[in-house]
Design a protein around this ligand. Sequence first.
Ligand SMILES: *[C@@H]1O[C@H](CO)[C@@H](O)[C@H](O)[C@H]1NC(C)=O
Ligand SMILES: *[C@@H]1O[C@H](CO)[C@@H](O)[C@H](O)[C@H]1NC(C)=O
Ligand SMILES: *[C@@H]1O[C@H](CO)[C@@H](O)[C@H](O)[C@H]1NC(C)=O
Ligand SMILES: *[C@@H]1O[C@H](CO)[C@@H](O)[C@H](O)[C@H]1NC(C)=O
Length: 371
Amino acid sequence: MQLSTAPTVGRRRRGNPDSQGLLGVLSVCATLLQLCAGCPSECVCNSLEANCSGRSLVSVPALTSLPEGTHTLLLANNRLSSLPVSAFANLSTLETLDLSNNYLDNLPSRLFRELSNLSDLSLRNNSLTVLDRELFRGLTLLRRLDLSLNGLAAVPLGLLDELQGLTWLSLAGNRLHALERATFEPLVNLQHLELGMNPWECDCNLRDFKHWMEWLIYRGGYVDAVECTLPKDLRGRDIRGVPVEMFNYCLQLEDENGGGAGSTKGGSPPCFRGTAAPSSEGAVVRTEAELPDCVKQRYRPVSVRRAIGTVVIAGVVCGIVCIMMVAAAAYGCIYASLMAKYQRELKKRQPLMGDAEAEGDQEEKQISSVA
Ligand SMILES: *[C@@H]1O[C@H](CO)[C@@H](O)[C@H](O)[C@H]1NC(C)=O
Ligand SMILES: *[C@@H]1O[C@H](CO)[C@@H](O)[C@H](O)[C@H]1NC(C)=O
Ligand SMILES: *[C@@H]1O[C@H](CO)[C@@H](O)[C@H](O)[C@H]1NC(C)=O
Ligand SMILES: *[C@@H]1O[C@H](CO)[C@@H](O)[C@H](O)[C@H]1NC(C)=O
């Protein structure tokens, strides 16, 4: 009995640690599985952050089963060149999405549609040349948007309409030469704007945007350097330091073109013709002293024309008034001399009837007959 029970007890005693260990391993595996079940093998998931950076990925890994509540997804430093429209579907908890340093050249317009909680989006250093104006629709909580180091040639009107929460925006290092004020007006909370390293053309197309930028700075915002590439007179100068008067000719151009200046190329910049011919690179940077003359040359013809117009109109009006006055004076003189003549003749004909009343009656009759 003792012999038979001892081994079973022994076995049981020996078996308990084994099964406990097995259970322990199983439970550790289960918890590990729970934690990393949804984490794609290409990524490292760590407390609601999925890091898939620097893995030479050419396509987005399956993200549908990311740990629930994941708020950060890092896909930087890969080789992504395109994304399917559903790449980020069902990731409404995402707050940070980093797609920087990839080769993305075109994004589906509905790509970010479900990321309603997104607050930080980086598309820095990709190959984007155009953006669909619907791309950022619904990202009302976005606070930070990095579009620097791409090939953007324009920011479409309407692109930023719903980004009222945006405080930080970079468009540095693109191919922008002009921006429209209306595109940026919805960004009422913007505090920081980067526009450097773009080939800005400081002509009439940029005038309204310059005004908007000055308003942004006035209400405490920051804008980095906006250096003009064209016209040559202004190359290398910061547009914020170019006086508003330099853009007055835009209004005059609008006047001359019947207000349709915006549809044409925005007009040539000040003194463009005068300085375009000598294109030696040494003469590119102009001294400040040259600029006012340059402006005056541009303004003179129009102001002279206006002055001449004023003089001509004033002359015509004066002439008409003068002619009317001369005519009135002549009429008065002729009338007075006629009256004098009649009175002299009356006195000659009736020298003895010098009664004042009779003379007055006579006079009245004469006047009425003359009239
Ligand atoms: C993400 O992973 C990459 C490579 O594995 C690493 O270099 C980087 O520091 C990680 N980033 C974060 C925020 O953990
Ligand atoms: C998103 O979730 C819904 C249900 O919640 C599911 O039917 C759909 O297939 C999911 N879409 C993707 C792309 O995972
Ligand atoms: C959005 O983010 C906030 C905190 O930043 C969080 O409380 C909320 O649950 C999130 N909403 C969704 C749908 O994930
Ligand atoms: C931009 O990305 C490429 C590869 O995608 C990388 O080689 C390069 O160093 C990045 N440039 C910057 C300025 O980050």
